[in-house]
Design a protein around this ligand. Structure first.
Ligand code: NDP
Length: 316
């Protein structure tokens, strides 16, 4: 089938424009995809735009003038801010790109290893102290990953490659070599009961809001560690603070929050058993994501279905 030359508007933040233009044009040349690319809404008649490369914090707030839109290509993997927007009546594709996946796996492994090895105790060592506590081998440490999508699966595979006793949980049944998998409500109880370190890589949807509430936190082994690079609303914050204070949960490393930036007076900042990272677990990287976006544009121009289209009913 012959490919149509489509008009694409990069609707990212002002600061992103400069870092994205060259990689997007280079990827288009490499893949042989002809497109008319505009980097600001002022440069193009909205009625001519076929696809938006979209960031909800970017310049496009009103979709009405984009009367010939065929797709919205999200710059983010998490689409909770867009998925309920019924002004978007065309397919919405979420971001899946190798840099985002690899970066997340790096972050997850680093924080899991920190807690597994007890690195904090050594950073805090005072002169003369010599506590020789030997950590268990990774194969004797049970790690659970909630969410086995693009990111959770890669993280679980790498944790298993590090020889952690790794399990994963999702809505549907998954098979991952070297990883024990669970699904559904009973599966959730089973994975919580075994996870000494629990990693959350679920999307924020009505079904996952407050998934980790007081009742589910109480199912974790005493002193379990929570690592959340998924989304803030997955955790009931008050329940987590209570579980940390009671020692039920040993530590929480949190990258994402209900309100970001995390307000300066939020109890997480001062809590000795909480590590805050500023939503940097991973990021969409122009050098790796441009290829993924151009692949989607190529598909659109050939009339082929897009990849990673969001199921609006499920919310991810
Ligand atoms: P995917 O859509 O590929 O995977 C989502 C996974 O969650 C799937 O395995 C899905 O199950 C599972 N899931 C969804 N809802 C439920 C539910 N109700 N019960 C059980 N399992 C459920 O997403 P990604 O892996 O690409 O990304 C995951 C999340 O990571 C994003 O939504 C985003 O919030 C977050 N993220 C955070 C970043 C950061 O820097 N902190 C960066 C990028 C993403 P199934 O497989 O059965 O469909």
């Amino acid at each position: 089938m012959t490919a149509e030359t489509l008009t694409i508007l990069f609707a990212g933040r002002e600061a992103q424009r400069h870092e994205w233009e060259a990689p997007l044009r280079a990827a288009a040349a490499e893949q042989g995809v002809d497109m008319r690319l505009f980097m600001t809404p002022e440069e193009v008649d909205p009625a001519e735009v076929h696809a938006l490369i979209y960031n909800p914090n970017g310049p496009v707030k009103d979709f009405a003038p984009y009367t010939n839109l065929r797709a919205v290509l999200s710059l983010w993997a998490g689409v909770e801010k867009i998925v309920g927007d019924d002004r978007i009546q065309v397919p919405l594709a979420r971001m899946v790109e190798p840099g985002l996946t690899l970066g997340m796996t790096d972050w997850v492994c680093a924080h899991v290893l920190r807690h597994h090895m007890g690195i904090d105790a050594h950073l805090a060592l005072a002169p003369g102290e010599w506590p020789q506590r030997i950590p268990p081998l990774t194969r004797n440490r049970k790690v659970g990953v909630l969410g086995l999508g693009e990111l959770g699966t890669d993280a679980a595979k790498m944790l298993a490659a590090l020889r952690f006793d790794t399990a994963g949980w999702a809505r549907s049944r998954h098979e991952i070599e070297g990883v024990e998998t669970f699904h559904g409500p009973e599966g959730l109880e089973a994975i919580l009961a075994r996870s000494e370190i629990l990693v959350l890589l679920l999307p924020d949807t009505p079904d996952t809001t407050n998934l980790l509430d007081a009742r589910r936190l109480a199912m974790l082994p005493e002193g379990a560690v929570i690592v959340n690079p998924g989304r803030g609303p997955l955790i009931d914050d008050d329940a987590l603070l209570a579980a940390l204070d009671a020692g039920r949960v040993g530590h929480a490393t949190l990258d994402v929050f209900r309100v970001e930036p995390l307000p300066a007076d939020h109890p997480y900042w001062a809590h000795p058993k909480v590590t805050v990272t500023p939503h940097i677990a991973s990021a969409t990287r122009p050098e790796t994501a441009s290829g993924a976006l151009v692949e989607q544009i190529g598909r659109l121009s050939r009339g082929e279905p897009l990849l990673h289209v969001v199921d609006r009913r499920r919310g991810y």
